[in-house]
Design a protein around this ligand. Structure first.
Ligand code: ACM
Length: 789
């Protein structure tokens, strides 16, 4: 066996030598269904021509646009000719040929690249378009950029020889963008579509309306944009960052005119992307109600576009006025968007207003419905009936299955977008509904992609690149027949915490590149290690396009443990799938190509901020200023302690996390490395030997929106035997302190003394004080680290 592997290895090395390639000769994302490497390469030069069959204007457009981009970036002037290739002539040609091979499907293509000629075959324009995206990725990344500088920096414009036969795994390959929470300009949308096209996505789900802003001009209802597109101000930071919540005082708004919408739809179509517009109903309707309160169940109330995030109880009331309005809106929407699908939302519609409404209760009786959930289904089915009568189809979030039962049934023509996990998708597919999978765990690109302590504010949860990549949209629970209803998957980009184009790109790329492979590449070829090999070149493509992608893939992770002699040993771990090496600093400076190379764990004998970054040679691969972690070293480091009062988390705290030197995390969705307590904290640290002590510092979590308050009083005492304690300090602390959540390191200095044991009692305030978010609720305390001086 070993001999066989050895021979195989020899053969592989010989093959690589023979065709002069490194494995990084082919770095296509998404990975094609079949790629056969060949020796040699096709060189683009002044004599290269493109040959397109006559009478195919759509194909000519695709090739013209390809030729003009590569002429722009290479400085060459290659011509596109129309005609038929003769087998003999035409070396140094890229020949496009219409194929009748039905196994390619309409989106598939074949590329045969030799050193003298490239033949591209497809049955339809989409297939040619995807072949061109592949050709871009066979060329050096700079092909996608601005004109190359003349002279030495110019890469060789070559395409490595190969045979590729490719077609997508799924027909629906989507990316979504919420433009309600934050508005994104038409130029940004176009760029988004360009990037989607490069990754062979074919559906753009445009989330145009929500509580915080109505973003599409509707001629018949001008107030939708005059009133509904503007909000008074916007909450600052994460929903729970501040107590009380802080607002920026800045009016915020924006919308797309119908001309702009048509322009986007045309631009998308040229990239073989269908735009699916979403008009949210019956929930997430506050912006519409602000414009037209008569659409609510309390027409005499007034409403404002929401200034913070969440789910609101004021929703469309299922009156004939509302249905008339929605039908008018959808009529205009359908005239702007030629695609098959109209997304009608359907998610997160609280039933409070319907429950209280006499009209709704009568409607429930009149229609023989059981409850408000069936009323939601009635609402959805009425909209479905209207939309299907116009020859279109509705698609909605999985709540459109609400109320679906033996008596009332969701229209069989409705397509379900499964976002609350995969359950809705599975249920829908079993009932013969088509399904698009967008489960939050794998597809929500507004979630954190790395350590929340280091990342910009995300919505919550952790969705690293590798987890996106691991997703298989076809649930294994489904039979092959049921599985045919899984049309594909989509990445969702909710923008509560994404307020700039740069931040949107940071959240989307490269995770959407991983998703592109999820929806395009045959399951058997998906391989994260291989994706990781191709990723650096792919990121160079994104760099050519000036995309502000996240470099989190290159981030190191840090772990620490105290040593037996009271120091902290810090281990830096590079992503083993990433190239490069780690460099680090311990003086607070940002790492550079000259910083120390990480070779072995660092041993810290004082509190230190460690910064690290990944470099290839002196070239940074990761974001330089990003990975920085503070470690605390004090007389308490690594020392055992007794928790006289039991904690509620961290129990039984066997790893002594309060003296391990590792600070807690406040970033994002959960607290990390903290121990929390429902009652008073009472703990005794054993320093091992009697020694001079003069102060204690305790890191308390202040997160009052989650009922975590500072203590009301702290009592420090010291002892030589651990039994008899001498008071060192008793001091009041401000349990009513709100403001921005933080870990607050409160110092408690006392007259210098000598002791082996230090006791810390922190008294809980009991209930959350008045003036904070949840007054009267049971208060908790949490601590990340204790230092002794
Ligand atoms: C959703 O995330 N509310 C569909």
């Amino acid at each position: 066996m070993r001999t066989v592997s050895f021979l195989l290895a020899l053969l592989w090395v010989a093959l690589l030598n023979c065709i002069g390639q490194t494995p990084n000769r082919y770095t296509l994302v998404p990975r094609p269904a079949q790629l056969e490497p060949r020796p040699g390469e096709f060189v683009l030069g002044p004599g290269t021509t493109f040959l397109v069959p006559a009478g195919l204007p759509a194909l000519k457009t695709v090739v013209d646009s390809f030729a003009s981009q590569i002429n722009r970036s290479t400085g060459l002037s290659m011509a596109v000719q129309t005609g038929t290739a003769s087998p003999a002539a035409g070396t140094n040609q890229l020949v496009f040929i219409t194929s009748r091979d039905t196994t390619l499907g309409s989106e598939g293509y074949r590329i045969d690249a030799t050193d003298s000629r490239i033949t591209v075959e497809a049955t339809a324009t989409n297939g040619f378009f995807y072949a061109v995206q592949t050709l871009y990725q066979l060329l050096p990344p700079a092909i996608l950029g601005k004109p190359a500088v003349a002279g030495t920096g110019k890469p060789a414009w070559t395409i490595p020889a190969c045979r590729i036969q490719d077609r997508p795994r799924y027909v629906y390959r989507g990316l979504h963008l919420d433009v309600s929470r934050h508005f994104f300009s038409v130029p940004f949308i176009k760029r988004y579509l360009d990037l989607m096209a490069l990754h062979k996505f074919n559906t753009f789900h445009w989330h145009l309306t929500d509580d915080q802003g109505w973003r599409i001009e509707i001629k018949k209802y001008p107030k939708l944009t005059q009133v509904g597109a503007q909000r008074r101000e916007t909450i600052v930071g994460h929903y729970d960052d501040y107590d009380p919540q802080v607002f920026d005082g800045q009016p915020y708004g924006g919308f797309y005119t119908q001309d702009q919408v048509r322009e986007v739809v045309r631009y998308a179509a040229a990239r073989h992307i269908t735009v699916v517009p979403e008009i949210e109903l019956p929930g997430h309707a506050l912006a519409a109600l602000a414009a037209y309160p008569e659409l609510s169940c309390n027409p005499s109330s007034t409403y404002q576009p929401a200034t913070k995030w969440g789910v609101f109880t004021d929703v469309f009331c299922p009156t004939e006025t509302t249905f008339g309005f929605l039908q008018d809106v959808l009529t205009e929407v359908m005239s702007l968007f030629p695609g098959k699908y109209i997304h009608i939302g359907g998610d997160e519609c609280p039933k409070d207003a319907w429950r209280k409404s006499t009209f709704c209760q009568q409607l429930i009786k009149r229609e023989g419905l059981k409850n408000e959930h069936e009323l939601q289904l009635y609402f959805i089915n009425r909209i479905d009936k209207f939309v299907t009568a116009k020859g279109r189809r509705i698609i909605g979030w999985d709540e459109i299955l609400e109320g679906n039962g033996p008596t009332t049934r969701l229209s069989p023509k409705a397509t379900v977008m499964s976002w609350r996990g995969t359950k809705g998708g599975i249920q829908a597919a079993r009932q013969q509904h088509d399904v698009v999978m967008t489960p939050g765990k794998f597809c929500y690109l507004d979630h954190y992609q790395g350590d929340p302590a280091l990342e910009p504010t995300g919505f919550g949860d952790l969705l690293p690149l590798s987890l996106v990549y691991s997703y298989n949209p076809t649930p294994t629970e489904l039979s092959p027949a049921e599985a045919t209803h899984i049309l594909g998957a989509q990445g969702n980009v909710w923008t509560e915490y994404i307020d700039t184009p740069e931040q949107a790109e940071y959240m989307v790329w490269p995770r959407a590149a991983a998703l592109a492979e999820v929806v395009w590449t045959p399951l058997a070829l998906k391989d994260y290690t291989d994706f990781s090999r191709r990723l650096p070149t792919h990121l160079a493509r994104l760099s050519s396009l000036n995309v502000n992608y996240a470099r989190t893939f290159f981030d190191a992770t840090l772990s620490a443990q105290p040593t037996s002699d009271g120091k902290v040993q810090v281990t830096l771990t590079k992503n083993p799938l990433a190239p490069g090496e780690l460099r680090y600093t311990v003086d607070g400076s940002i790492p550079s190509g000259e910083s120390s190379r990480y070779e072995q764990p660092l041993v810290l004998d004082q509190s230190t901020t460690v910064r690290t970054a990944t470099f290839q040679g002196s070239q940074p691969l990761s974001q330089l200023a990003k990975v920085q972690t503070e470690f605390l070293v004090s007389k308490a480091t690594g020392k055992p302690y007794t928790l006289v009062s039991a904690p509620t988390t961290g129990r039984p705290d066997r790893n002594y996390s309060l003296t391990n030197g590792v600070v807690g995390g406040m970033g994002g969705y959960e607290l990390a490395n903290v121990v929390s307590f429902a009652n008073d904290i009472n703990l005794i640290i054993d320093l091992g030997t009697s020694q001079p002590v003069e102060g204690v510092r305790v890191g308390f979590v202040k997160y009052t929106a989650k009922n975590m308050c500072l203590p009301r009083q702290v009592e420090i005492a010291v002892s030589d035997d651990g039994k008899t304690f001498r008071p060192a300090l008793t001091t009041k602390t401000n349990a009513a302190e709100g403001g921005k959540r933080a870990i607050v390191r409160l110092p408690f200095d006392f007259p210098p003394t000598t002791a082996r044991y230090v006791r810390i009692i922190a008294r809980t305030v009991g209930t959350v004080p008045a003036g904070l978010r949840n007054p009267g609720k049971a208060a908790q305390m949490a601590v990340d680290e204790i230092e002794v001086r």
